[in-house]
Design a protein around this ligand. Structure first.
Ligand code: ZN
Length: 242
């Protein structure tokens, strides 16, 4: 398959499933977990902060870290890649599905609605008592920990941590969408991180087309229908407007 075939396949597809990873947010300047570990935070490993055990032992420290990540994402803005996917959703309507591994909330801010956030979201918190989810106050007004608006319980970051399972309903929705997809897009994710490979193969096994957009070759590349060696925004522009 070449670029013009891929473009036609996407244009004609009734059902489109998309998976995005860190690559699509890189162009918005979102620091990676490791990039953010400067100064005071440099002595911590990710698993010292992003695990249930860390939160159980040091809830104030873990919240302080996540409040900083929340400020970072709210200071960033969605980029052309996020906006092109929101447009693709408007074009495809009911036939569109987006799953993201990102926790920055930028897809929602760009207008995506048919969206599943597999690893949670930095802009919300989840009640430890009743599991209710609230949006965090604006960064300037936010003093952690947040308190549940429904039951008054303490809330934790709404993030899937090391050793925790991905949300089952979200995974099932993603699996259904990729199985049914005429075209799947795998954008800015290495394919090593579960569940990218599994979702791509569900589409391929049912005869669908899987297109990868990534500046680097990945473990998935040899198995897919077509790969664009581009950033997310340039690759999507080439597919949708080229
Ligand atoms: Zn509650």
């Amino acid at each position: 398959m070449n670029l013009s075939d891929a473009r036609l396949a996407l244009r004609d597809a009734r059902r489109v499933a998309v998976l995005t990873g860190a690559g699509i947010s890189a162009e918005s300047g979102i620091p990676t977990f490791r990039d953010a570990q400067t100064g005071h935070w440099a002595r911590f490993k990710p698993e010292d902060l992003a695990s249930p055990d860390a939160y159980y032992r040091y809830p104030a420290l873990v919240w302080e870290w996540y409040a900083g990540r929340y400020r970072d994402v709210m200071a960033a803005t969605p980029n052309a890649g996020h906006e092109l996917l929101a447009r693709l959703e408007r074009e495809k309507g009911d036939g569109y599905f987006l799953a993201t591994q990102n926790v920055d909330g930028l897809h929602a801010r760009a207008g995506s609605e048919r969206l599943v956030e597999l690893h949670g979201n930095l802009t919300t918190a989840r009640c430890e008592v009743c599991a209710h989810i609230d949006a965090l106050p604006a960064p300037a007004d936010f003093v952690p920990p947040p308190v549940c608006s429904r039951c008054g319980g303490r809330m934790r970051p709404n993030i899937v941590w090391f050793s925790e399972f991905l949300p089952e309903q979200a995974l099932e929705a993603a699996s259904d969408a990729f199985t049914a997809a005429d075209v799947a897009l795998i954008i800015g994710t290495s394919g090593v991180v579960y569940p990218a490979a599994g979702l791509a193969f569900e589409t391929l096994e049912r005869g669908g087309t899987v297109i990868e957009i990534n500046p680097d070759e990945t473990d998935l590349t040899p198995r897919l229908s077509f790969s664009l060696r581009e950033t997310a925004s340039r690759g999507l522009a080439a597919l949708m407007d080229g």
